[in-house]
Design a protein around this ligand. Structure first.
Ligand code: FPP
Ligand code: ZN
Length: 330
């Protein structure tokens, strides 16, 4: 059973938590945590009140910098990871109008390098995560054409490995999280032709472990967040049925804290909002625990949120329900 009420309370408690040593140590991640928390509330039909939403939006806007990007907390430098979370959170709250589209687009355009890759910020680190974050931010803003889409897709193609997977950059080993970013970006760029679908889906389905949970690389332990990274990649490839959804949902449910709410990375570990979101998002993708199959695997936002900004079902890549006749469960 999914402890929905407890998870809602868990997120509310975090959003109103007084400053603790732990919250200060994770301050740089606060913008991401807002997106993960709001997404949990959206998936569980418990969005914040208008007053609360306005308050959160005020905080988000206080993280905006002169360069057009957003930092992880007020006075922090801009980074594409936080800029995406700010945009996604604004969409969930129905306040995308507060984001200054032109200056964010300008910031993101400045992150693309001539070879199509993207830097995360002005310090220049390159990672396929940043291609996805840039493409998704621009897609939400309806401005994908502001970047060189062709070279972005070609850069991702250069990061493709012999096993069909993708890594952090060229010649990096395949990794579930980076695969999600590359497949998600190619889906947004309408370039899924670059993906060797069966070969990659085979690699992804091999990540299901004997306890039902998914891991990110061969020989690694299962971790609830891969219920999103691996599963949404399979969903985009329309091959969700290549794993046992029954076994995966049992693993996710086993990682809940039934008393205080929240989901951890693995059974009996401490719950956090990151794994709570990706666990519930995975369950939603599979339509388990009476959750609506409402999260889009490329946008990582609900249909409700996407429709509120005019991104309608035709553009949304949710696979067909009847296809989830799990091969391994039959
Ligand atoms: C694993 O991280 C996950 C990744 C590398 C992918 C991260 C993707 C983003 C930040 C893009 C934004 C995502 C969404 C849903 C909008 P890890 O450090 O836990 O990996 P490990 O398992 O190797 O430790
Ligand atoms: Zn994890």
């Amino acid at each position: 059973m999914l402890h929905k009420e407890k998870h809602v309370q868990f997120v509310h408690k975090l959003m109103h938590a007084p400053e603790t040593l732990e919250s200060i140590m994770t301050e740089h991640l606060k913008m991401n945590a807002i997106y993960w928390g709001l997404s949990v509330l959206d998936l569980l039909d418990s969005l914040p009140s208008k007053e609360e939403s306005d308050e959160i939006m005020k905080w988000i806007m206080s993280c905006r910098n002169r360069d057009g990007g957003f930092g992880g907390a007020p006075m922090h430098d801009s980074h594409i990871l936080y800029t995406l979370s700010a945009i996604q959170s604004a969409v969930i709250l129905g306040h995308l109008d507060q984001i200054d589209c032109d200056s964010v687009v300008n910031y993101i355009v400045g992150l693309q390098k001539p070879d199509g890759s993207f830097m995360g910020d002005k310090f220049g680190e390159i990672d396929t995560r940043f291609v996805y974050c840039s493409c998704l931010s621009l897609s939400i803003l309806g401005k994908l054409d502001a970047i060189n889409q062709k070279s972005a897709a070609e850069y991702i193609e250069k990061c493709k490995n012999w096993d069909g997977g993708f890594g952090q950059k060229e010649s990096s080993e395949s990794h579930g999280g980076q695969i999600f970013c590359c497949v998600g970006a190619l889906s947004l760029l309408n370039r899924l032709d670059i993906v060797e679908k069966d070969k990659l889906a085979w690699w992804l389905s091999e990540r299901q472990t004997s306890v039902g949970g998914l891991c990110g690389r061969p020989e690694k332990d299962p971790d609830v967040c891969y219920s999103w990274w691996i599963l949404s990649s399979l969903a985009i490839l329309d091959r969700l049925k290549w794993i046992s959804c029954d076994a995966l949902s049992a693993f996710i449910l086993h990682c809940q804290d039934p008393e205080n709410g929240g989901i951890s990375d693995a059974p009996d570990n401490v719950a956090d909002v990151y794994h709570t979101f990706f666990g519930i998002a995975g369950l939603s993708l599979m339509g388990k625990c009476d959750l609506k199959r409402t999260i889009d695997p490329s946008y990582a936002l609900t249909h409700r949120a996407l429709e509120s900004i005019g991104i309608n079902k035709e553009k949304i890549s949710l696979p067909k329900v009847e296809k989830i006749k799990e091969k391994k469960d039959e």
